[in-house]
Design a protein around this ligand. Sequence first.
Ligand code: NAI
Length: 335
Amino acid sequence: MAHTITLIPGDGIGPEVTEAVLRIFTAAGLQIEWDRHDAGVIAFKRYGQTLPATLLDSVKRNKVALKGPVTTPIGEGFTSVNVGLRKALDLYANLRPVKNIPGVETRFQNVDLVIVRENTEDLYAGLEHEIVPGIVESLKIITEKASTRIARFAFEHARTFGRKRVTAIHKANIMKLSDGLFLDSCRRVSREFLDIPYDERIVDAACMHLVMHPEKLDVLLLPNLYGDIVSDLCAGLVGGLGVVPGANMGLESAVFEAVHGSAPDIADQNLANPTALLLSGLLMLDHIGERQRAERIRAALGRVLAEGRVRTRDLGGTATTTEFTDAVGREIEKT
Ligand code: NAI
C-alpha cells in the first residue's frame, strides 16, 4: 500500500540523516510519497515564518510526519519549531521507547522501557512572571483533562504493544494538589484497564530505581517536567540520544522525530549517525500498519550494529553516514 507522509528534513545534519532513512525505506520496498516541507531558519528565510501554514496543513492532511532536527537560534526571537508543532497540532503525548541495542555497549542490559510524557502543561509550559524584583513565580498547571488523556494513551499503548505494566511517576507527597490530581486521574484510568498491572513511584525514588534496576520497569507515565528529565536519563541507560527514537502524538496526527539536535558541528560532513531518526521512522511504520517491514529493517539495523564493523564516529567507528546506510541497505536485501 502506498502512503503519503509529510517530510520535514530540518537543517544541520537533518537532511543527511533524513536522506539515509529514505534510502533504507526504499531498500525495504516501502512505497511512500513524501510531501516535503521546510521548517525553522530555512523556512523563515524563504517564507518569513519558521512554521509555515502549508507545513501544518500538510501534517493535518496526511496525519503523519517524519521530522529531522531543526536549529533554534538562541536570542534571536525564534520560538522552537518543536514547541510550535506540538501546540498547533495538539500533540499531547510524547512517546520514547528506550531499549538496549545489540552492539551498543552500556552499563545496563535488558533495558526495555517506554516513556509516555504529557506534552502540553505543567511547569514545562513556562508560565512565569516577576512579582517584584527578586521574586519570580512559575505556574504549575495540571488539569484533569490532560492527565486523563495521557494516562489513557499510556494504557492503550501498553495494551496494543503487549507491555507488562504502567507506572505513574509523581511527587504527590509534596505537590499534593497538582501531582495529586495527575495521580487521581491515572488511578481512575487504570480501573478501565484491569488487564494491565498499574503501580506508582515517587519521582526521586524512581530515578534511583532506574539507575539500579532499569530492567524492572516497563511503561513510565509522567507529567511534562519529570518526563523531560527522566526521558533523557533513560536515553543515557542505553547509549544516549543518538540511539533512541521519539514521537509526538495527538488525536489527529503524529510527528516522529529523532530526539537529538541538528549537530551543527558535524553538519554537511557525511558523519552523522542516522540510527535515531531511523528508529523513529520505524516507530512511524508501526503506527501506519507497516509493522512487518519495520521489523525487517529493525533486524537489519540490529545486525549491522551488533557486528560492529560499520559504525559511525559517535559509536566509536570510522564509517560515514553513506557507508553506514549502505551497510543497512545490504543487510535488508539479504532477507
Ligand atoms: P545536538 O544533539 O545537536 O548535539 C550534541 C552533540 O551530539 C554534538 O556533539 C553532535 O555532533 C552530536 N550528535 C547529535 N546527533 C548526532 C548524530 N545523529 N550523529 C552523530 N553525532 C550526533 O545538541 P545541541 O548542540 O545542543 O543542539 C544543536 C541545535 O539543535 C540547537 O539549535 C537546538 O535548539 C537544536 N535541537 C533541535 C532538536 C529537534 O529539532 N528535535 C532537539 C534538540 C536540539
